[in-house]
Structure formats: C-alpha cells, structure tokens
Design a protein around this ligand. Structure first.
Ligand code: ADP
Length: 366
C-alpha cells in the first residue's frame, strides 16, 4: 500500500496539469508539483488553506455559492464538468484555465479533485481568430455596401450615355459618315455590356446582403428540375446530365443552391466540345482539399475543354473569362463568382480540378 502511495505521488508529480484536491468545505488537502509551477504557490502554502486563494474575487464568490449550495441541498453542480475559468497566480496575475472538477469517494469525508490546464495560448489563438472574423465580416459588409452604392450610382449616367448615343443616331444618323456610325453603334454596344456588368455587380453585392432562410433541399430533384428548364439547350447540344440516385440532401437556401448547380451545369455545357457532352452530379462522403479531408462533398463534372491549372483561382474572380466570345458565346464572367459567394455564405468552400482537353470537376462542401 505504502509502495502504491509513493508511486501514485510520483505519477501525480509527472502530470503536466495542476491537480488539487479539496474537502467539502473548500480546504486544500493536496496539490501536485505542476500546481506550484503553474500558480507559484508551494504545496505547504496551499494545503490547509481555502482553494479561493487561487481564484480572482468574482470566481471566489461563485465558489462560495457552490459550496454553500452543496451543503444546503447536496446538489453537485459542477462535478464531472469541464469549463473555462480564470485562475490567479501568487503574484496576482491571472490566466485562463480549463478546469475539470471530479469527486473522489473518500471513506470518511468527501474529496473533490480539480484538474487545471493552462490554456493561455489556446485562448489567445481563439481571441485573434474571433477578432479576425469580426474584421473580415465588417470589411466584407463594407465591400458589399460599396458595390451596391457604386453600381446603383453608375447606372444613371450610363443610361444617359446610352440615350444620347441613340438620339445622335436617330437625329443625325443619315448625315453621319459610315465610320462615325460604326463608332456610335460601338458606344451603344459597350453601354449595354457595361449595364450587364453593373447588373452583375449589384446582384453580387445583394448576395452578400440577404439573410438566408435555409431548408432541406433534395439535390436529385433540384438537378432534374434544372435539366427540365434547360431542355432546349440540352437538346440542341446533345447533352447527357446524370445525377447520382442516392445523392444526399443539402441544407441551404433553395434559390441560391439552384443557382450554384445551374451555373456549374451551364458552364459544363458551354465550355465543352465533346459529343455527347456529359455532366455528372455526384457526392463524395469525403474528399481531399488543400491537405485536409472534407466531408460531404458535392461534385459537378463535365467532359469539356478543361482549365489550365494556373487559372484555378482566377476563374472565381468577378468578370474573369478565359475563352473567346466568338468560340464560346458571350458571358459576363460572374457565374463562378456567384457560385463561390453563395457557397461561402453557407460556410463552405468550392474548388476545381481539371485537366485541359479532358474536362473539369467543380467540388464544394458546406
Ligand atoms: P462566364 O461563363 O460568364 O464567362 P463564369 O464565372 O461562369 O463566367 O466562368 C469564368 C470563366 O471560367 C469562363 O469564362 C471560362 O473561361 C471558365 N470556365 C468556367 N467553367 C468552365 C468549365 N466547366 N470548363 C472550362 N472552363 C470553364
């Protein structure tokens, strides 16, 4: 027995956490070596004294109320639980600890054991992550507001330029030389294009400003519905759209999720020269991304022209296009930016895998 007690004491002194036992009145009976290292009190200073000495005032009062509540009702509120509290060293400095309180069934009197782990570094990391998140949210919101205001205000003068060019054509069209007419038409075309871009910018900012109502969305039905709405395009381009039967549902904002799948499917058809063009929508319970294993990953694959690796990030930037308008039709280059924004609004990530000439797979997890 004595041998065991010695061994136990030695083991306790090798543990990195501070271990302190108290009786039912809060008087310290034992502390291990790490307690001294962590709090600056020697074992002799602690034993026989009230545990409150290592607690800042407000916690000490709280502790008193636990003890008196225990004596009055026999109720053990904090036993078996772990929580974040503040401890106070002998020199008065405070630091965060994770405190676990357990109960030892003593023969004569009740003994409680407290295990304290210093979580200073962890708490600092959490604080800076929290601060970073708040800053990020603030700047995202500022950016969305800016895009909204700017695009709203740009619309008006643009309309005016467009109208003046049209009036010039109507009033003086017949007198204008051919070259001037060509340039006038170009101005009209460009104002139309710019209007389209402003419209996309407004929509982008709106995506970041709306509150999302989420619901369970059946992905199989959603894709089938998109396919039906795209039936003319599907027939014209000899497209096969396959969706995995057992594909699990997603939780999110239905119209925005529709937009994600719609944009990815339309891109898979548009940037594609194969015959037939094949689009597959499937699910991976797990998938590697950026050195991490992500769960519940949805994928939209195509057998299209593919994307060079150096553009994997670029394509998600607003108004960024890689292919010629003549060959693949006019687009604004905003579709994938919307996809990314929507997925990020759902706390998710989206990325692409692709091999030039073989096809692309857009994957997302949220
Ligand atoms: P848009 O289609 O209007 O140009 P997107 O943001 O949807 O805008 O796409 C940006 C660019 O990324 C496209 O112009 C195209 O060059 C490339 N891209 C998108 N999807 C695919 C795809 N499935 N296969 C090959 N290239 C693609």
């Amino acid at each position: 027995m004595a041998e065991h007690t010695g061994l136990l004491a030695a083991v306790m002194d090798t543990v990195h956490d501070a271990i302190i036992t108290i009786n039912s009145r809060g008087i310290v009976q034992y502390s291990n070596k790490s307690t001294t290292k962590l709090l600056g009190y020697s074992r002799e200073e602690l034993v026989g004294n009230n545990i409150k000495m290592i607690m800042p005032g407000e916690y000490a009062r709280e502790h008193d109320s636990y003890i008196s509540n225990y004596h009055e009702t026999g109720e053990k509120k904090v036993i078996g639980t772990s929580r974040r509290v503040t401890a106070q060293r002998k020199d008065g400095t405070r630091f965060p600890v994770e405190l676990f309180v357990g109960e030892v069934d003593g023969e004569q009197q009740e003994t409680f054991v407290g295990v304290l782990r210093d979580v200073t570094e962890q708490a600092a990391a959490e604080d800076s992550a929290k601060k970073y998140m708040v800053d990020l949210e603030r700047s995202n919101k500022a950016l969305d507001d800016f895009a909204y205001i700017a695009s709203h205000d740009l619309k008006e003068p643009l309309r005016a330029i467009h109208n003046h060019a049209r009036f010039l054509d109507l009033d003086f069209g017949e007198e204008l030389p051919e070259d001037a007419m060509r340039r006038l038409n170009r101005i009209v075309d460009l104002t139309k294009r710019m209007e389209g871009l402003i419209h996309e910018l407004l929509y982008y900012s709106r995506l970041g400003r709306v509150k999302l109502a989420t619901e369970k969305v059946d992905v199989y039905e959603l894709v089938k519905d998109i396919e039906e709405r795209l039936q003319d395009l599907v027939a014209e381009h000899n497209v096969q759209i396959e969706v995995q039967d057992s594909i699990p549902p997603l939780f999110g904002h239905r119209p925005q999720l529709r937009e994600v799948f719609h944009n990815l499917i339309v891109n898979g058809i548009r940037y594609n020269k194969s015959n037939p063009k094949r689009i597959q929508v499937c699910f991976h319970p797990e998938h590697e991304y950026d050195g991490k294993t992500l769960k519940n990953v949805y994928a939209v694959c195509d057998n299209g022209i593919g994307i060079e690796q150096e553009f994997f990030t670029d394509i998600f930037r607003i108004f960024r296009r890689l292919n010629s308008e003549q060959e693949f039709g006019a687009g604004t280059g905003a579709g994938l930016t919307f996809v990314k924004k929507i997925i990020e609004n759902h706390n998710g990530v989206v990325w692409v895998q692709s091999e030039e000439g073989k096809g692309s797979t857009f994957l997302f997890s949220m």
